[in-house]
Design a binder for this molecule. Structure first.
Ligand code: ZEM
Length: 290
């Protein structure tokens, strides 16, 4: 399949060491570009990999990370994707250095690298995604709306094929990064360490008191004590809904359990709609530190 990725790819069959080299290059670029946001492009890389994957519809088999169709209009200008140009541009020099990798594989490898380098769990990775053109762009509205509650969140994630436990595990990614008024209208980080992967999102959901923030922006919550953290209405749904809340409590109590489930479910997310063959190997990358 690499033959379709351009002339450079002809007859080149990348192996583990080649993908590890791309991983290392992304990890180094993360370290070098520490002036972005809270000091890392890591969170926005995770969001790019998630939005590339989270368009999947299990009934029609459309969407998902196989295609990297967010490079094109109209998908690049969907409101939900505001700000992801930063992540796509961050990865361009990597693509230029390793032209044999598809954008689709690269964006997911960006997410995998970011999670591992931000001290998250190992995320097993399978290459094999093929880029598609704008005709495969998904319709707007496939990603979750932060202003809505549990019913909406279930509808969106059931469409991808996830269950309630998996939905909560995925949401734990909000330990990372922040909301930007320029992107979503919302404002602020979910945790005190937005560039380190932890189960703090769940601990804070359970242990902090959340109140409506009084401001001109969209309805969001702030923590009563410091007023420096935020939750979206869709986040608070995870403690308003009894079934969701049980899983929040499980992950708040045990980071190892969360890491194990998070790794499994994000691999599932990243592989939605990707037609792997039996020949596809699975790679577990070393971190830069290792
Ligand atoms: Zn997010 N997310 N997300 N998310 N997300 C934002 C930021 C980030 C929702 C949502 O509306 C928003 C998942 C699920 C859901 C990340 C990862 C994952 C922002 C802020 C919003 C509004 C964007 C901005 O303003 O820049 C909703 C409603 C979700 C489901 C209920 C899942 C699943 C994720 C990964 C597995 C990450 C890492 C960010 C931070 C991005 C950054 O630039 O800091």
């Amino acid at each position: 399949y690499y033959l379709t990725q351009g002339a450079e790819a002809k007859d080149f069959k990348p192996e583990f060491k080649d993908f590890q080299a791309v991983y290392n290059e992304i990890a180094k670029a993360l370290q070098e570009n520490d002036d972005y946001d809270d000091g890392s492009y890591g969170p926005v890389l995770v969001r790019l990999a998630w939005h590339a994957s989270g368009t999947y519809d299990k009934v029609t088999g459309t969407g998902g990370s196989n295609g990297a169709t967010m490079r094109f209009d109209p998908e690049s200008s969907h409101g939900a994707n505001a700000g992801l140009i930063n992540a796509r541009n961050f990865l361009e020099p990597i693509k230029a250095k390793f032209p044999w990798i598809s954008y689709s594989d690269l964006w997911i490898l960006g997410g995998v690298t970011a999670i591992q380098e931000m001290q998250g769990p190992k995320i097993p990775y399978r290459p094999g995604r093929l880029d598609r053109d704008f005709t495969s762009c998904t319709p707007d509205g496939r990603l979750p709306d932060a202003a809505q509650g549990a019913d909406h969140v279930r509808n969106i994630f059931y469409r991808m094929g996830f269950n309630d436990q998996e939905i909560v595990a995925l949401a734990g990614a909000h330990a990372l990064g922040r909301c930007h008024t320029s992107n979503s209208g919302f404002d602020g980080p979910w945790t005190f360490s937005p560039t380190v992967m932890t189960n703090d999102y769940f601990k804070l959901l359970i242990n902090s008191k959340w109140q409506w923030r009084k401001w001109d922006g969209p309805k969001q919550y702030e923590d009563k004590e410091t007023k420096s953290l935020m939750m979206l209405p869709a986040d608070i749904a995870f403690i308003q809904d009894k079934t969701f809340k049980q899983t929040v409590e499980k992950y708040a109590a045990d980071n190892d359990v969360f890491f194990k489930d998070f790794s499994a479910v994000i691999v599932k997310l990243f592989e939605l709609g990707v037609p792997f063959t039996e020949a596809n190997p699975t790679y577990v990358f070393k971190t830069l530190e290792q």
